[in-house]
Design a protein around this ligand. Structure first.
Ligand code: SAM
Length: 232
C-alpha cells in the first residue's frame, strides 16, 4: 500500500477513508493483520493494523523489509489521447519504471486538459500491484514548446519519430544518465516540432520499426527499447 507519510519502525500511520475502505472493506483485514507499506522515500515496511474502522484506521510500522529501489532517471513525455488509452500509458510507464510522467500538449494534441489526480492515482495503483517501492510523479499537462525552451540540456531525449526509416538508434552509444522518451499524439508531430526536435543536439530521433504504432503501443515499445539498451 502506498502512503504519503514518513515510514520508520514504531511510526503510526493514519489511513485515509479510501485506504480504510480498501483494507478493511475490500480485503477484509482486521486488527493485528499485516500490510506492506511504501512511500517512494523510505523503502518498504511491514505494518500492523492497530485500529480498523469504516472511515479510517491506524497502522503501526513494525520493521523495514526492503530498501527503496529508485527507478532510472527516465521521464516519459507523451501527448494525451483518449481517456482509457492515456490511463493505459500512465499505468504501463509506472510498471516499467519511469521516474516521472509528463503529459505534453503538442501542436496536434486533441485534449487540452487532463485529470492529473486521476492519472497519479493510476500510477500509485500500478506501483502497488507490481510490488514497487516508488511511484512516479505525474506532472500536469505542459506545452511541449515551453518544455523544450526550458529544457535541461543534460537530459537526453529519445524522440520517437515514425517518419524515420531503419532500426532504432543505438542509444547506449549516446549517453548514460538522464533521459526522456517523447511520444507524439495520434496525428504525430507537426513539421515545425519535428524540425525543432531534429535540430536539438541532445534529442535522438528513433524509429520503433517500419509500422506506425498507436501512441499507447509506441510508449510501451519505446520504454522497452530504452530499458533494453540503457536500463538496469
Ligand atoms: N503521424 C502519424 C499518422 O497520423 O500517420 C501517426 C502518429 S503515431 C499514431 C503516434 C506517435 O507514436 C508518433 O508521434 C510517434 O512518437 C510514435 N510512433 C508510432 N509509430 C512509431 C514508429 N514506428 N517509430 C517511432 N515512433 C513511432
Amino acid at each position: 500500500l502506498y502512503v504519503d507519510h514518513p515510514l520508520s519502525e514504531g511510526q503510526s500511520i493514519p489511513l485515509e477513508r479510501e485506504q480504510a475502505h480498501y483494507l478493511f472493506g475490500v480485503m477484509r483485514l482486521t486488527t493485528g493483520a499485516y500490510v506492506a507499506l511504501f512511500n517512494s522515500r523510505d523503502g518498504e515496511f511491514v505494518a500492523e493494523v492497530a485500529e480498523a474502522g469504516k472511515r479510517g484506521g491506524v497502522l503501526t510500522c513494525v520493521e523495514k523489509t526492503r530498501e527503496l529501489q529508485m527507478p532510472p532517471d527516465l521521464w516519459l513525455l507523451f501527448a494525451p489521447i483518449k481517456k482509457a488509452r492515456t490511463d493505459f500509458i500512465v499505468e504501463k510507464a509506472a510498471e516499467m519504471g519511469a521516474k516521472r510522467i509528463v503529459p505534453v500538449q503538442t501542436d496536434f494534441t486533441n485534449s487540452e486538459r487532463i485529470r492529473q489526480d486521476r492519472l497519479q492515482a493510476h500510477a500509485i495503483e500500478a506501483a502497488e500491484q507490481c510490488g514497487g517501492t516508488y511511484v512516479p510523479e505525474v506532472a500536469d499537462l505542459q506545452k511541449l514548446d515551453r518544455l523544450l525552451t526550458d529544457w535541461d540540456e543534460e537530459r537526453q531525449i529519445m524522440f520517437c519519430d515514425e517518419t524515420l526509416v531503419g532500426a532504432a538508434e543505438a542509444l547506449g552509444d549516446v549517453k548514460d544518465g538522464k533521459w526522456a522518451i517523447l511520444i507524439g499524439p495520434e496525428g504525430g508531430f507537426s513539421d515545425v516540432e519535428r524540425k525543432r526536435l531534429h535540430a536539438l543536439p541532445y534529442a535522438h530521433a528513433v524509429s520503433l520499426g517500419p509500422r506506425i504504432l498507436r501512441a499507447d503501443t509506441a510508449a510501451v515499445a519505446a520504454m522497452t527499447v530504452w530499458q533494453q539498451q540503457l536500463g538496469d
